[in-house]
Design a protein around this ligand. Structure first.
Ligand code: SF4
Ligand code: SF4
Length: 380
């Protein structure tokens, strides 16, 4: 039976602009699908995505769960005889998904190009300057350096970051709901005997996230693996530190026991913070070196990569410098560096659903859904 195909030419242009500019070079040899260690036997990727992209089959691509199963190792691109860069096409489709899944869409647009960076910086920069102006009239306070004198925890920092957290969580819940609806719309419905979504999530975290097993399977990932792992565990350590400090800060205020900042260097929470920070910096060195060597990436994908690497670098370095300047009793430097630290932390978390780091959440959710429809790689 004849099938009429109506290419969406505009969508082809959007994919090329988002990073899949070489997609037309593909001549369907299928080397990429054979070489990919994560591709399932049934309807393997990324060859089929290449032909869908060439034909402009938007409906197929925007509902495609396989773009989230890819770890972006680049092995398929390295072995493509035509230089069609299938890994870049899948990355471009994920970039487009970050822009379209999360609302408001304007943030997705701002995150997609360096020309909008001033707006992204200006929002937290102005916000924390207002806090500083209200607390001390933009002056450096006298006496012991305590960051809460300029950026009050109770009156400003906690409310701001609690609102940011609620905003990000709500955005992710709504985006994942849209993503699952699009999978269902394309006929991918969970099997009757499949585990529930929360059990699937636990299985994914246990089998794939904790030790990055699948990430390690791609040979081209060998230099990125340690960096990825160190950044991941560095963030977990810092998240535990932030949660612990917040919890004890509030118990101190409400019940009169707990701890207040600044913490002593020998405090276990402070030790964990410094260990997490060092893991983050070593991981960043690995990832930056790997990014500098990645000659197969084009400028668009590089911007998503460099934005997130740059922001994490600023968070980590200013975190350490603020501590060093505080201990050295250089108040002006300490307070200004801490201000930059707050701006970068805001940029990391408030824009998370539109940044490359969002793949942590979307991929984990998509992998859990893949288990529900029993979509697995060759080796499983
Ligand atoms: S992307 Fe390259 S390796 Fe894959 S089918 Fe096309 S030409 Fe072959
Ligand atoms: S980038 Fe790696 S995981 Fe993704 S399709 Fe290519 S070979 Fe497979």
């Amino acid at each position: 039976m004849a099938t009429r195909i109506e290419p969406n030419v505009q969508f082809i242009r959007e994919m090329q602009a988002a990073g899949g500019e070489s997609l037309k070079k593909c001549y369907q040899c299928a080397t990429c699908s054979v070489i990919c260690p994560l591709s399932p036997e049934d309807a393997p990727f990324p060859r089929k995505e290449m032909i869908w992209a060439q034909w402009g089959l938007k409906d197929k691509l925007v509902n495609d769960i396989d773009i989230w199963l890819c770890h972006n190792c680049g092995e398929c691109s390295d072995n493509c005889p035509r230089g069609a860069k299938p890994a870049d096409l899948l990355a471009a489709l994920r970039n487009m998904a970050y822009k379209s899944l999360a609302k408001p869409a304007i943030l997705g647009k701002w995150m997609s190009s360096p020309k909008y960076l001033p707006q992204l910086i200006a929002i937290p920069a102005v916000l924390f300057l207002i806090v500083w102006a209200i607390s001390t009239g933009l002056r450096i306070p006298e006496g012991e350096i305590i960051f809460a004198k300029v950026f009050p925890t109770l009156a400003a920092i906690d409310p701001i970051f609690i609102l940011v957290t609620l905003f990000v969580v709500f955005t992710f819940i709504s985006s994942i709901g849209s993503m699952f609806s699009s999978f269902k719309a394309s006929g991918l419905t969970p099997k009757e005997d499949a585990p529930g979504i929360f059990r699937s999530l636990i299985m994914v975290v246990k089998d794939e996230i904790i030790d990055h097993r699948k990430f390690k399977e791609c040979e081209s990932n060998q230099d990125r693996y340690p960096g990825h792992l160190l950044i991941f565990y560095g963030f977990i350590a810092l998240a535990i530190v932030t949660g612990t400090i917040a919890l004890f800060y509030w118990t101190d205020k409400l019940f009169g026991f707990g701890m207040t900042t600044p913490l002593a260097l020998w405090n276990p929470v402070k030790i964990l913070a410094n260990v997490g920070g060092i893991a983050l910096i070593i991981g960043l060195i690995y990832m930056t070196r790997s990014r500098l060597n990645a000659d197969t990436r084009n400028a668009i994908n590089s911007y998503y990569d460099w934005y997130i690497l740059g922001v994490i670098w600023v968070v980590a370095v200013t975190g350490f410098l603020a501590q060093i300047f505080r201990l050295a009793d250089t108040a002006t430097l300490a307070y200004w560096v801490y201000y930059v630290h707050l701006v970068s932390v805001f940029m990391l978390f408030a824009y998370l659903p539109w940044s490359k780091l969002a793949h942590l959440v979307y991929r984990t959710a998509a992998l859990a859904y893949a288990r529900q429809i029993d979509r697995r790689g060759f080796d499983e």
